[in-house]
Design a protein around this ligand. Sequence first.
Ligand code: A3P
Ligand code: 4NS
Length: 343
Amino acid sequence: MAQTPELSKPTKWKGIAEIAGISLMADTVDNWSQIQTFKAKPDDLLICTYPKSGTTWIQEIVDMIEHNGDVEKCQRALIQHRHPFIEWARPPQPSGVDKANEMPAPRTLKTHLPTQLLPPSFWTSNCKFIYVARNAKDCMVSYYHFYRMSQVLPDPGTWDEFFEIFINGKVNWGSWFDHVRGWWEIRDRQQILFLFYEDMKRVSKLLLRDHWQGSCLRNVSDRDVWKNRVNVKTRFHSPQCYLHPQDPKHEIQKVMQFMGKNLDETVLDKIVQETSFEKMKENPMTNRSTVPKSILDQSISPFMRKGTVGDWKNHFTVAQNERFDEIYKQKMEGTSINFCMEL
Ligand SMILES: Nc1ncnc2c1ncn2[C@@H]1O[C@H](COP(=O)(O)O)[C@@H](OP(=O)(O)O)[C@H]1O
Ligand SMILES: O=[N+]([O-])c1ccc(OS(=O)(=O)O)cc1
């Protein structure tokens, strides 16, 4: 069994610390009591993700919905300043909790915390959560490039080294497997809208999803579906088997309904366009271009890097892929969650 390589540390760097075995920025850990005693409100909306799962994307979508598709209003501030990041701390700047406390209700907040580390008041205040999950392989690739460009994170080493670090959960915010499992398991016990990056990305396809098996059976064309609706159902002999359209607009509509908003089709179409990868990559309010190079060096890798599904195929070796699939099977055993790894 390969050893987990040690991450080498940048100079002038405060470091990484742990809470209950989960790596976090040391400043976050130093501020832990303020974070844990944070008082959520019933009308809070909390955006929850494992890092690199499309946080910025869902933030922009939520903000656009909240502001009825008004682009100018969404340009009021950098995306990282619009929604307080609950566990963020970087003294002497105000912490995420400080910023949330100053924010008028109704608040939209953000976290990467796994369920077991979330401030308890979120569970008791009956607020709403939007969780976006991204398939582990693309998430790992995106996190690797983020570690490379970040000047405040340890050096990720080579891809092969980072692969070991990621599967062992020794990255910030811990194990992808535990994070996703944790949020998936509680999705029906709280007001949680559980979304998939891949569903938000998929364009103009209808997906046949069997919820009993929890598996994507195959993609079918729109024409296929409407023509063969009954046949398809009959063929799979499963009452749970149904045809489910998924594309950015459909997912945005789900978010809109969850937020209790009602926007007309033209506004929804505008939100789809404005939150596309291409638009957000060019938008200085979302692309992190104003973050100093001493923190994020985008000449190494852009923050808005590729925004695709399946880039893992350009990074994983065949052996790594086989090993990963085996580990995935073990770690995700017994859960009904299912990811699409390519579109
Ligand atoms: N509008 C959009 N559409 C698709 N992907 C987007 C997107 N905005 C950001 N992303 C992608 O989401 C990832 C960053 O996630 P987060 O915001 O959680 O840090 C990056 O993935 P890649 O590195 O694979 O390109 C980024 O390119
Ligand atoms: O890994 N990190 O240290 C990390 C990841 C994400 C992050 O914030 S975000 O706004 O890019 O999601 C900050 C730090």
